[in-house]
Ligand binder design. Structure first.
Ligand code: WT7
Length: 628
């Protein structure tokens, strides 16, 4: 890492950058953190301004802009209707079959108001949780914004999760209303969604109403007094295009988002209106150097935090034009993305290392067929990007002129925590330096900073406005997971290991807990293992991550069989499908290995580290705690 050469931004990028300098502003932002964030908050509208920028009287439950009245919709839509932005495109959307829909801010407001009125007529009230399980269509965004507008919290569940995973999330949130679509398009096929929701509803005692958007025309089962077509509800007289935005406290809940951790079932992180509005819009504008005329494409799914913060909220607050695409990057051919960048003149592309590696595999001739010179900035997120993929992205897609913003952050952090700015000299594979206001460090178990170039645990030492307010209805779990280890110091434990180099650049290595990142998706070993054990053949099991050229990591599972069962290829396939059925296709193990017993510590913890070392043929390390 020491001999990595720097990539410097062009003079043109520097001349036009929204933020022209890092060091002095960073120094100011950490020495005057509350002033810095108050200045950013002044760029937004508020029904009533705050009494207190930051209430830190009850850590780790920090309250930003305390006493303020706002609603994220006030800034994401309402204020734009009073300026020329009203007639600007908010959304350009292309479906996989090639259909195109566009919405100006004016049109977006009409859609969101109408959806909000429909939710109200279904009895949804401020503080309720509405579950959204949809393909990538504009209605997914309308549904999220409609919830926010009336003060209900949305809980978006990624459309690739199974009915069981969906039901778990519906039940944990006590959600009564779910919004879905009949299906969506992916790789030329129709993906059935309503059928999955129907199964989930059977597993859920709380679910009362399901609103279904017609996307594919698939034949679906609808039940009287439970199921409603969205287009039918839109036609009713109470579904007007006008709706007041609900005034919320800055620290009122905006959404829940489930994510995997080391133990147990996925937990819901809670994000709130005020701090999250300020954090997502500031990071988006500064890091991606947003200009009013830009067309911004974040190619994530709105079902993840990346989509929440940088498809929906950050860009809309900044009055940007966002591009959204429904389907697979290689459908019908591997040039689909480049073709759309050319067609719509997209200026900024933000995606994951897995997507970049996947497209790289098809070769340079595919992007070369299109004029993608409209691109000015590129971004990467979700997992460490290997220097080869970084360089390909920079040279082939960015034509050696687009800086790559490698943004490190998490569901919990709400927005970018470590990231370059357009003016930052880049090193391929490093997310560079902390964003303004954030103090971070790489430390050992006792909290001492490790030496330059040494691996340690990544911690965040100071509060920031994007930090989640907690785990939904489980304050203990929030403390336990993120704050217990460095309670004395009051630091946030990220769960990642990292190194810091002699230039102060951060290099993220990966998760240190029992979380696996597959293609940038976050999964817990505990979830995979409990899916395995629900199969009658399995006594116990251990899931580990093995490096994979395309996906970053692949899931490998070790399984101990009950004595009446015998190891076979058929049983391995059956178990792999069993995990997919329980969790969804993103959790598919590459392999199940049968083993007589799992290595454990004397206190009974499975030694996944040892299983991994054995599988990879690496040194087994310290085995003093192993129970034989
Ligand atoms: C974990 C968080 C934040 C949006 C998507 C993921 C890994 C994220 C990077 C990056 C290296 C990264 C970390 C982190 N990660 N971005 N730029 N470089 N690793 O959100 O699902 O909550 O996952 O993703 O391991 O802890 P998430």
């Amino acid at each position: 890492m020491e001999d990595e050469e720097f990539y410097y931004p062009s003079q043109d990028i520097i001349d036009h950058a929204n933020v022209k300098e890092y060091d002095d502003l960073y120094k100011y932002s950490v020495e005057h953190r509350e002033e810095f964030w108050a200045e950013q908050a002044e760029n937004l509208n508020w029904y009533k301004k705050w009494d207190n920028v930051l209430d830190k009287s009850n850590p780790p439950f920090f309250k930003w802009f305390e006493g303020a009245k706002t609603n994220i919709i006030l800034n994401a839509i309402d204020r734009h209707l009073l300026t020329p932005t009203r007639n600007k495109l908010a959304i350009i959307w292309e479906g996989e079959p090639g259909d195109l829909r566009t919405f100006s801010y004016h049109a977006l407001n009409r859609e969101v108001c109408q959806f909000a009125n429909i939710l109200k007529s279904m009895g949804v009230k401020k503080g309720d949780v509405v579950t959204i399980y949809m393909p990538q269509i504009p209605e997914q965004i309308f549904a999220m914004l409609a919830c926010a507008k009336i003060g209900a919290a949305h809980s978006v569940v990624y459309g690739g999760f199974s009915s069981e995973a969906l039901a778990d999330r519906i039940n944990d949130a006590n959600s009564k209303v779910v919004i879905t679509a009949d299906g969506g398009y992916r790789r030329g096929k129709v993906i059935e969604l309503k059928g999955i929701v129907n199964k989930a509803m059977e597993l859920s005692p709380t679910m009362e109403i399901c609103i279904t958007v017609k996307r594919t025309g698939l034949d679906v089962y609808m039940e009287n007094d439970r199921d409603y077509w969205y287009h039918d509800l839109k036609a009713l007289p109470n579904a007007s295009h006008k709706c007041e935005t609900e005034q919320m406290d800055s620290n009122d809940m905006l959404f829940l988002l489930y994510t995997s951790g080391s133990t147990g079932k996925p937990k819901a992180l809670v994000h709130t209106h005020g701090g999250y509005s300020v954090y997502t819009s500031t990071t988006h504008k500064m890091v991606f150097d947003l200009k009013p005329e830009d067309r911004f494409w974040c190619a994530a799914d709105p079902g993840w935090i990346t989509g929440h913060s940088y498809i929906v909220y950050g860009p809309l607050i900044n009055g940007s034009t966002i591009f959204m695409y429904e389907g697979a990057p290689n459908h019908p051919y591997p040039d689909r993305w480049w073709k759309m960048i050319d067609k719509y003149g997209i200026n900024i592309l933000y995606t994951s290392p897995t997507a970049i590696r996947g497209l790289m595999r098809f070769g340079e001739s595919w992007p070369a067929r299109h004029d993608i010179s409209s691109l000015r900035m590129l971004g990467s997120v979700g997992e460490p990007i290997n220097p080869e993929a970084w360089k390909w992205y920079h040279r082939v897609i960015g034509n050696d002129k687009c800086p790559i913003m490698d943004t490190w952050w998490q569901t919990e952090t709400g927005g970018f925590m470590i990231s370059p700015l357009p003016v930052t000299p880049l090193k391929p594979g490093s997310a560079t330096k902390p964003f303004f206001g954030n103090e971070m460090a790489v430390v050992d178990d006792n909290g001492n900073e490790v030496n330059v170039g040494e691996e340690g645990l990544l911690v965040i030492k100071s509060p920031w406005p994007g930090l989640a307010a907690g785990v939904y209805r489980d304050p203990e779990r929030f403390i336990e997971t993120y704050w217990k280890k460095y309670q004395k110091q009051g630091w946030y434990l990220t769960g990642d290991s990292a190194k810091k180099d002699e230039d102060g650049y951060y290099w993220i290595i990966g998760r240190t807990d029992d979380v696996i990142k597959v293609s940038g998706y976050r999964l817990g070993t505990a979830e995979i293992e409990s899916a395995m054990i629900s199969h009658p053949a399995i006594v116990e099991s251990a899931a580990i991550a093995i490096p994979h050229a395309l996906k970053g990591n692949a899931i490998h599972v070790f399984a101990v069989l009950y004595k009446d069962y015998h190891a076979s290829h058929e049983l391995e396939m059956e178990l792999i499908n069993h995990v997919v059925l329980h969790l969804g296709p993103i959790a598919r193990p590459d392999e199940v290995k049968f083993i007589d017993s799992l290595p454990k510590t004397r206190s009974g913890k499975i030694m996944r580290r040892l299983l991994k070392a054995r599988l990879l043929g690496l040194p087994e390390g310290d085995l003093s705690t192993l129970e034989e």
